[in-house]
Design a protein around this ligand. Structure first.
Ligand code: PLP
Length: 386
């Protein structure tokens, strides 16, 4: 491992040391334990006190500080996965008899978590559709504790009015949580709209190379951060130092990667939208109207939803592709494609799919950083064969 430029004192000082954060390389403290001293015993809960990796680790700590900075937060807590981060948020802030307003169109893993845990804990999910957001306030009762949304819905790529969520939550003293995974902090930062808690699956854009699994929660409220830290240490959902190291590596190119994905996705969405064999394309640059909070975004990331004539045609098209790979994740440097009917929405009846607005001929494409000419050629060739 590389130990160049590491400054133990700076890490342990508790100050945000920009020299340290700017070092070209950062070591992986792939160790479970650290030598103790009197200073550490006197501040066991300090964020810059390192004695046991489940509680705190210097490599993870540097990644957290960098992510807090780019998300415009005060601090961050990293987890072993995006789901680890979401579980920690629910475990920390929800109690028996609380109500949580959530979007019906939430990520499948979050839906599964809600289904399996909320009933047992007697927490009531109030599920609304993106179209109901205009009347968000009508769903608030005196038991509402949290509003939980995603910036972009999956797989339909609908934009959620984060400003509205923030305003309603603030007015009613409710905690607001935004899963910003699909937008990435390069394109959008919920904390700038006074959202209390922003989270990302770092497996996606922040990691960006399809070689790590992780999650992160960022906030401007240090009490929230402290509670999440306690939850992480208790449950043991900390990331491995190696994944934190990979995250630090990835952050160096986050802007470059996402900027390119924004550009590639916009061009590909326009191409597909004009193609006679493609029935529908959902991608924000094609929308006539978008919520004001997204008007100054540099882009909308690489993920789009398309519909072909039938399930069979969609699968044939997907398997004709040579560059775009059939795989379920998203946001990496390589372009991926998946059928929601086979993955995120597998097992749903025709009626349920229709209700969710998902066509059997649908596909989700996550555009990478390849040359756009090659991607267009790939889809052109694959469409010509169906
Ligand atoms: N949130 C969103 C929007 C996701 O798409 C995912 C995973 O696909 C997650 C959370 C969960 O992240 P992870 O797979 O890192 O647990």
């Amino acid at each position: 491992m590389i130990y160049k430029g590491f400054n133990t004192k700076a890490v342990q000082s508790g100050e945000r040391d920009y020299n340290l954060l700017d070092t070209v390389t950062f070591p992986i403290f792939q160790t479970s334990t650290f030598r103790m001293n009197d200073e550490k015993y006197s501040d066991l809960n300090g964020r810059e006190t390192f004695f046991y990796t489940r509680i705190n680790n210097p490599t993870t700590r540097v990644a957290e500080k960098k992510i807090a900075d780019i998300c415009n937060g005060s601090d961050a807590v990293m987890f072993s996965s995006g789901m680890g981060a979401i579980s920690a948020i629910f475990n920390t802030f929800l109690e028996e008899d609380d109500e949580v307003i959530m979007l019906k169109e939430m990520y499948g893993g979050t839906y599964k978590l809600m289904k399996s845990k909320f009933e047992r804990l007697r927490i009531k999910p109030v599920l609304i559709s993106v179209n109901d957001l205009e009347n968000l306030e009508d769903y608030i009762t005196r038991r509402t504790k949290m509003i939980y949304v995603e910036t972009l819905t999956n797989p339909l790529i609908k934009l959620v009015d984060i400003q509205k969520v923030s305003e309603v939550a603030r007015k009613n003293g409710i905690i607001s949580v935004v899963d910003n995974t699909f937008m990435s902090p390069y394109n959008f930062r919920p904390l700038e709209f006074e959202i209390d808690v922003a989270l990302h699956s770092t497996t996606k854009y922040i990691g960006g190379h399809s070689d790590l699994v992780g999650g992160v929660v960022v906030s401007r409220d240090l009490e929230i951060i402290q509670k999440l830290l306690e939850e992480r240490s208790t449950i043991g959902s900390n990331p491995s130092p190696f994944d934190s190291f990979l995250t630090i590596r990835s952050l160096k190119t986050l802007g470059l990667r996402v900027k390119r994905q924004n550009q590639n996705a916009k061009i590909l969405a326009e191409f597909l939208n004009d193609h006679p064999k493609v029935k529908k394309v959902n991608y924000p640059t094609l929308y006539k109207k978008i919520p004001d909070c997204f008007k100054s975004c540099p882009g909308f990331g690489g993920v789009m939803y398309i519909e072909l004539e039938s399930f069979e045609k969609a699968i044939e098209f997907m398997r004709n592709l040579k560059i775009i790979i059939e795989a379920t994740s998203l946001a990496g440097v390589e372009s991926l494609i998946t059928s929601p009917v086979l993955t995120t929405h597998a097992g749903l009846s025709d009626e349920e799919l229709e209700k969710a607005g998902i066509s059997k001929g649908s596909l989700r494409i996550s555009v990478g950083i390849e040359d756009i000419e090659d991607l267009i050629e790939d889809v052109k060739r694959a469409l010509a064969k169906i």
